[in-house]
Design a protein around this ligand. Structure first.
Ligand SMILES: Cc1cc2nc3c(=O)[nH]c(=O)nc-3n(C[C@H](O)[C@H](O)[C@H](O)COP(=O)(O)O)c2cc1C
Length: 428
């Protein structure tokens, strides 16, 4: 064989020099972006991003739970498929949204602006955290077409509430995400062990971190100091001191409840999403007071350890709420097949937290875009392989293509006796 023949068979890829470009070229899934993010961040910051509370039982279960369902493709023609859907009345390119994560500039100097850029380019919603390190007005100005949601903290003081609402409205944040799972801060023991403080303080272990991750430290020190412009009154933007950090991280208004939520419903004419419950009774109550959606979530396993995983209560939640509200699911969504399972079992959409942060850390806004693209590719492939053409079809035919493996035997789905010896049929 001549060299020119071999040349035709072998694609020679030029070596990729920049670290970011190398990751973008070589990371094929969320797990590989996670590994790349780990190589960039100081250990204490990575653990803050990645870790869960106490024994991390819930954190692990958020992934394991997806194994409880198997996919059962149905044979038939598929066109497209079309992954677009409606989320709270607006078209989204995917049934996937980026959900709030606070203090994003801790992970990358461009922080929330880079995340918003990825969401805007992809045409999916972005929920900005109350503890965002970029002002909501800056996001609105840079990305006027972005579907902008805001993580709204309930307050018993109506004046404080109304001032915040006016600010959201003026900046075009028409959907409020009200979190209900931070009445106390979960005990994230990795952070305690690492002596994690935000902003990071100089200790012996930070100095060791600096030596091992000089690139991240150089970026962090060059960037503007961290601040939380959405928490302070408009116009004031103080740099947050360590003691303020402690307050922000540890404090949320645990005295607010359904009464404040009902009052919010009265005064807010935009959409309201209740985020952070896994109790179907709460979902039914949210529907009864006219909320627009519930985001089943255990905060990615960062709050109450042993809390149920959203997937474990999804079907019951849908049964209780009927079609009175939309149901979103977060915590542990890492693959397009996870999205397919969630929608087939009754969700309208899925939200991701850590995955886009991994992308951000590894490659800035291009990394966020690549993560969204991966979800899109995996979703399209999975939809094609299971045999559905649209998200609406996935919702309506979900029970035909997803089987609960815990009850598979009851459903008469016993594995064939000779299955182990059956030849592997591989076509493509
Ligand atoms: C670093 C980090 C910060 C977070 N900050 C917030 C926040 O400010 N408000 C909030 O409602 N949820 C916050 N969350 C939880 C996410 O909104 C979401 O529920 C969770 O990340 C979903 O799980 P996943 O990371 O497995 O996708 C945070 C999560 C992470 C990882």
């Amino acid at each position: 064989m001549k060299f020119s023949d071999i040349r035709q068979l072998v694609q020679v890829k030029a070596p990729v020099v920049s670290r970011q470009r190398r990751v973008l070229a070589n990371a094929y899934n969320v797990a590989e972006f996670r590994a790349a993010a780990r190589r960039v961040l100081p250990a204490g910051i990575f653990d803050y991003l990645d870790g869960g509370s106490e024994d991390e039982v819930t954190l692990r279960r958020n992934r394991e739970v997806f194994g409880a369902w198997g996919l059962m493709p149905s044979w038939g023609p598929v066109s497209g498929p079309d992954t677009s859907t409606s989320l709270l009345g607006r078209r989204s390119a995917l049934p996937v949204m980026l959900t709030p994560t606070g203090a994003t500039r801790l992970f990358h100097p461009e922080g929330e602006l880079a995340v918003a850029e990825g969401a805007a380019a992809a045409g999916i919603p972005y929920g900005l955290a109350g503890m965002s390190t970029v002002a909501m007005e800056s996001i609105a100005e840079r990305f006027p077409d972005l579907d902008r949601w805001f993580n709204f903290g309930l307050s018993r003081d109506a004046d404080v509430r109304d001032e915040k609402l006016a600010r959201c409205k003026a900046a075009g944040f028409n959907t409020l995400i009200v979190g209900v799972d931070t009445r106390a801060l979960g005990s994230r023991e990795r952070d305690l062990r690492n002596g994690f403080t935000a902003p990071p303080s100089l200790t012996l272990s930070t100095l060791v971190d600096i030596a091992s991750r000089p690139g991240w430290w150089a970026n962090f020190l060059r960037a503007e100091g961290l601040s939380f412009p959405n928490l302070s009154p408009l116009g004031s933007n103080p740099t947050v001191t360590p003691s303020m950090w402690q307050q922000i991280l540890g404090h949320s208004d645990s005295s607010s409840g359904w009464a404040e939520l009902e009052a919010l419903r009265e005064v807010w004419d935009g959409k309201i999403v209740l985020k952070g419950c896994v109790n179907p009774a709460d979902v039914a109550r949210a529907a009864s007071i006219g909320l627009d959606a519930v985001q089943l979530s255990n905060h990615g396993g960062r709050q109450l350890d042993h809390m149920l995983s959203p997937m474990e209560v999804l079907q019951e939640s849908r049964q209780r709420a009927g079609s009175a509200l939309e149901i979103f699911v977060d915590s542990g969504i890492r693959r397009g097949s996870d999205v397919v399972k969630a929608i087939a079992l009754g969700a309208d959409g899925c939200a991701i937290g850590r995955p886009y942060l991994y992308g951000l850390v590894a490659a800035g806004s291009a990394g966020v875009s690549r993560i969204i693209e991966i979800f899109g590719e995996e979703l399209r492939r999975t939809m094609t392989l299971v045999g559905v053409s649209t998200v609406a079809e996935l919702k309506s035919r979900g029970s035909e293509i997803v089987r609960d493996l815990r009850h598979a035997a009851e459903a008469g789905a016993e594995a064939p006796a000779r299955a182990k010896e059956a030849p592997l049929l591989t076509t493509n």
